[in-house]
Design a protein around this ligand. Sequence first.
Ligand code: NDP
Ligand code: 8X3
Length: 252
Amino acid sequence: MKHIALITGASSGFGWATARKLAEKGYDLILTGRRGDRLQALETELHNMFGTKCRLLVFDIRDKKTVFQQIETLEDNWKKIDLLINNAGLALGRDYFEEADMDDWETMIDTNLKGVIYITRAVLPHMIVHKKGHIINMGSIAGKEIYEKGNVYCASKHALDALSRSMRVDLLRHGIKVTAIHPGAAETEFSIVRFKGDSEKAEAVYNGFKPLDPEDIAETIWFCASQPAHVCINDLEITCTAQANAYLFHKE
Ligand code: NDP
Ligand code: 8X3
């Protein structure tokens, strides 16, 4: 029987690249995000390239009721999720604490933290029944260290780091693996979203160095997902070679 992975935030960036990688490796995929047109395009691509079976769930991960309803709409064969990749997330703004937008802060907490809690609670009963499963949470180097004007984005990813460690402890008795991956700067739509469509500001983030590609993260996810049953990669930090920590870059 084929393995099933559910990827949140599959409509772009890491999620999209990971869908491709897992499709290539023979997974059936549940793809989620708000932009259904993007998910449909991805489904078509994966079907044509690998004959992958996809199930699309279009929803906003901040909406608790909808998250649980959407998981319940899955047919029994799709509910047997082997791998949950909690990837959907975002940064909004980069401003001093006293100047930052409160609504942006709430959106980040609702998405990066509460969204992960909702989807994980919705999927978990199906893993627990089968006494196996693997949850991969997309943290960030911003969840290990803070940087100037990173405030609530950093806090949301620090909280996710704590949540990943808590999940690992609490889910031990069910035989469920929990991995947290913490990337540094990677070029996706992340900065375009952070700077609200200002592509000049977004591009400037990556000036003078070669950032990670989404494919680098997809490869890392595959490395974690493809370990033998008795091995769990717990915590993994990855940056491009030009990045030493959350704020130190070697730029040409
Ligand atoms: P992208 O902006 O390219 O992708 C983000 C994905 O999250 C999209 O598919 C988006 O889908 C989804 N998403 C955002 N908000 C919601 C929501 N409310 N409901 C459902 N889905 C949502 O960024 P990345 O691929 O770079 O980011 C993926 C993850 O990696 C994030 O958690 C980010 O914090 C983390 N990260 C990114 C780094 C980077 O430098 N790029 C480095 C470290 C971590 P849609 O808009 O269709 O809903
Ligand atoms: C994304 C990486 O450095 O912009 O989590 O916070 S950073």
